[in-house]
Structure formats: C-alpha cells, structure tokens
Write a protein of this length. Structure first.
Length: 502
C-alpha cells in the first residue's frame, strides 16, 4: 500500500529510531570492549574511504532515477517503470562487481591516504578489504532497490532494511570477539538487508532488462553531475578523517562518535526521506515551495531544540552511554569536545538533504555541486588553520565542519531563490528567534541545578525535560502556521502514527 509523506515521517521515526538505537547499542558494546582504539580508528577510516569509492555511487543511483520512476508510476506507465527499474538494476549489478574487483587489487595503495596514521594503523587498514568485499558488492544494489520502493511510496521497507543492518551488526558484535568483527559484521548486515529488499521488489526488477534502453539512458543524463556531487560530499568527510589522522590514537574514533550522536535525531527523523517523491509528484514550484517552507519550520523547531539539548547534555550523554570498561573519562572528554562544536550543524543537517532534492527534481545539479565544493574548500582551509595553526585539535576539526555546513546551507537557499522558489524569510526568522528565546532558559536552568542532578543519566534527563518543556511551550504559545503543524503532529502521534493521506 502506498504511504503518504507524513506517514513516511512516522515510519522513519520508528524504524530509523530503532536503527539508531541498535547502532548506539553496538557502539556501547564496542566502547566498553576496546575504547577509542587503533582498531576503531581503522574501521571509521575504512568507512570514510568506502564513502568516496562505494557509498557515493549508491547515493547517485539512489536518487538519479526517482523522478522518472515516480512520473511513470503515477501516470500508470507501469511497464516503462519496470524497464527503468530493471535496466538500472542490471547496470548496478555489473558495476558493483567491477568495483569490488578493482578495490580488491587497489586497496593497499588506497589505504595510504591516511597519511597521519602510524605504521600499525596503516597495516590494519590495508588488511580491511577482504572483510568488506560483500558490502562493496551489495551496498549499491541495496540502495537502488530502496529508491525503487520509495518511488512507489513504500518507504517503510527501506527503513526496515536499514534497521536490519544495524541489528545484524549488533548481534555479531555481541556474540563474537574476533578482531575483524566490526568489518565483517557490516558486510553481513548489508547482505541480509539486500536479500530482504530484493524479495520485496522482485516483481519490479525481474526478469532483468537491458541497461541501454532509451528510458534507462534518459535517466542517466544527470549521472556525471550527481556523481561529482556525491563524491564531493564523501570527500568532505574523508578530508576530516585525514586531518584527524595526524592526532593521537583514538582521535578518529572520538570524532566519529561525536558526529554519530549529533546526527542521531536528524537521521532518525529523516525529513527528506520521502520529500523527493512528494516534490516530484507536484509540477508547480508554488506547491513544492509550500511543502519546503513547512519543512523549514519543522527543521527549525527540531533543530534549535536538539542543538540546545546537545550543548547542555553532551558530556552527560557520552558518560552515560560509553564510560565503562576500556572507555575512560579522558575518552568522554574527547567525544564531548567534538560534540560541543558539531552541535552547531544540527539545523543544517535537518535541511540540506531536502533542499538538494528540490534541485534534483528541477534537474539542476550545478548549484548542488558548487555548494559542496564551496563547503569542502572552506572545511579544508579551516581544518588546516584550526588544527595546525591554532592547535585546537578535535574541537577545531568539528568546528570547521559545522561552519562549512552552515555555508553550504546558506549557499543552497540562495540558489533556490535564484530558481524562483519563495522562502518565507520573515516567518522563519521570527520562528527561529521565538524558539531560541524560550530555549535560552535551558542551559541557565540546568546550571542552577545541584551538581548531583547535572551529571550522568540524571543530567541527561534533566536537560531533556527542560528542552522538551521549553519546545512544547514555545510551539503551543506561537500564533502561526507552525502551531497548527505542531498540534497536528501531536494528534497523529497520539493516534499511533495513523496519518491521513496528503
């Protein structure tokens, strides 16, 4: 059954919430077992390398053909839809096999990009590829099948597949103490999720059709620009990891843990998860702009609240989740320093994905590419200055990333304006200021609490209650469209996410 946009957000919160809970449980187990260690540094560096070499292709194919598939499905051209989906799937399978073979032989040289690693960590990274080959082979097809299902408004299945990856990894980590478990468990999770989605979408993919049919080639006309965009985004992450490789052992892991915690709510809510489908279904820019403005309001509401909460309770969250076993108080301080800077990019994290999808529907890749290139250049320059010039260490790297994300968001919004989209600036600025005014009491109220109420799980709960209460009062006291959106969301939540159709 097709799912509405609002129902997709509810499904995203449920399944991605479970996904990130499983992921957090995995991190808790790993942190207690090995702390911020060389093994963990190698895993996150390997993931950054796969981001550029594999995940970027997955992101390309995940979004490239969605507008064409959406139009074909809504206009009841189901045979054309199947030819697009099946033809691209044939191309994806062949390309993934070639990519896996290439990385198998070239990985040793690729691993040298971690220039700051000591010899021990370099050797561990060079030995990682055999354990990651199943993920290299299946991750791109997995993401493409997810895009096929999103095009027909079956959003929940992909969220369930993402959860299965995290669940399989967690089970493997809990049940095995092998030195390479972080690597092969990810491959196992990707394999399970691929088989699950392949079964769900089989009638749209088989029998396989030609990857060179006209309808497939038409879907590929944005491929060069989109690939550049996706690669640039992952190079952005990799550049951070390269700079941090010059810091002592455990720094890469601390940065990754901080980024994971800060991105938890934006990724779990996933406001952009179904947005490209909804945007592609509406031909008028006015209707898309209406959806986008409501999305900006939701992002401001959640983003400001999450930012204040993370700044107030970041150290307590790390202490509560991870500080046990081999994870020391010093490790907690390192991750908390990263969070104190990363928290400022939460609002851009909520918005950038949805803004990008507007450009994808408009088939304007140039603004997205230049936005990422600009952000990457700013990030590299600030990283070099903060790390080597000012000596700010982990905090400096995270702060450089947060600043770069804000520059990318502002550049994207400016490009949207040039495309004729009307963003209600006054509405959003007033809404931002209103929420900031109410949430300013959170850190002030938190710091007047007795010390025993500000540490560990007690401090996290206190900060959550303060932030949640301030957000609720701010939303209900506001006289505007945002209040209607909030009350509607509360009603739907109380009814168990039984959303009405758009």
């Amino acid at each position: 059954m097709a799912e509405s946009f609002l129902k997709s957000i509810g499904a995203s919160v449920l399944w991605r919430g479970l996904n990130y809970l499983a992921g957090l449980a995995k991190h808790i187990v790993i942190a207690a077992a090995i702390g911020l260690s060389a093994q963990l540094d190698v895993f996150y560096m390997a993931m950054a390398l796969l981001g550029v070499l594999v995940f970027s292709w997955a992101g390309l194919l995940d979004i490239m053909a969605v507008p064409d598939m959406v139009r074909a499905w809504r206009e009841n051209r189901h045979e054309e839809f199947r030819r697009i989906a099946s033809g691209l799937f044939s191309l994806v399978l062949a390309g993934s096999a070639a990519l896996a073979l290439t990385l198998c032989f070239a990985w040793g040289e690729i691993a040298n990009v971690a220039m700051g690693f000591d010899q021990g960590r370099k050797e561990l990274l060079a030995q990682a590829i055999p354990w990651l080959l199943p993920a290299v082979l299946l991750y791109i097809p997995l993401r493409f099948i997810g895009s096929v299902l999103r095009a027909i408004r079956k959003f929940s299945l992909f969220y369930q597949a993402e959860f299965s990856i995290a669940l399989v990894v967690l089970i493997c980590v809990l049940s095995c103490e092998d030195a390479h478990v972080l690597l092969w468990s990810f491959s196992a999770g990707v394999s399970v999720a691929f088989l699950f989605l392949l079964f769900a979408a089989r009638r749209h993919l088989f029998p396989l059709s030609s990857p060179f049919s006209p309808v497939v080639l038409r879907s590929l006309n944005m491929a060069p620009g989109l690939l550049l965009l996706q690669c640039a985004g992952y190079v952005f992450v990799l550049s951070d990891r390269i700079f941090v490789s010059f810091l002592p052992e455990g720094a890469v892991s601390a940065l990754a843990y901080g980024a994971t915690l800060v991105a938890l709510l934006p990724n779990a809510v996933s406001l952009n998860g179904a947005f490209i489908t909804v945007a592609a279904e509406h031909g008028s820019r006015e209707k898309r702009a209406e959806y986008l403005n409501d999305l900006v309001s939701a992002a401001i509401y959640l983003g400001v609240g999450a930012t204040v909460f993370m700044l107030t309770a970041g150290e307590g969250i790390v202490q509560t989740l991870f500080e046990r076993g081999m994870f020391t108080a010093g490790d907690t301080q390192n991750v908390a320093r990263a969070i104190s800077a990363y928290a400022w990019m939460i609002l851009p994290l909520f918005l950038i994905g949805s803004v990008e999808q507007i450009f994808q529907v408009e088939r304007r890749i140039g603004p997205m590419v230049w936005r990422v290139v600009l952000g990457m250049l700013v990030n590299v320059a600030l990283n070099a200055w903060f790390l080597f010039g000012l000596g700010w260490g982990l905090h400096g790297v995270a702060l450089a990333t947060a600043i770069a994300y804000w520059i990318m968001l502002l550049a994207s919004l400016n490009a949207l304006k040039r495309q004729g989209y009307i963003l209600e600036k006054r509405r959003h600025l007033c809404w931002l200021g209103w929420n900031a005014l109410f949430l300013a009491i959170v850190p002030a109220g938190f710091h007047v609490l007795p010390p025993f109420l500000r540490s560990g799980i007690t401090g996290v709960c206190a900060a959550a209650l303060l932030a949640g209460g301030a957000m609720l009062v701010a939303g209900l006291a506001w006289r505007g469209n945002e209040q209607k959106l909030l009350t509607a969301a509360i009603r739907r939540t109380r009814s168990g996410f039984r959303f009405a159709k758009d």
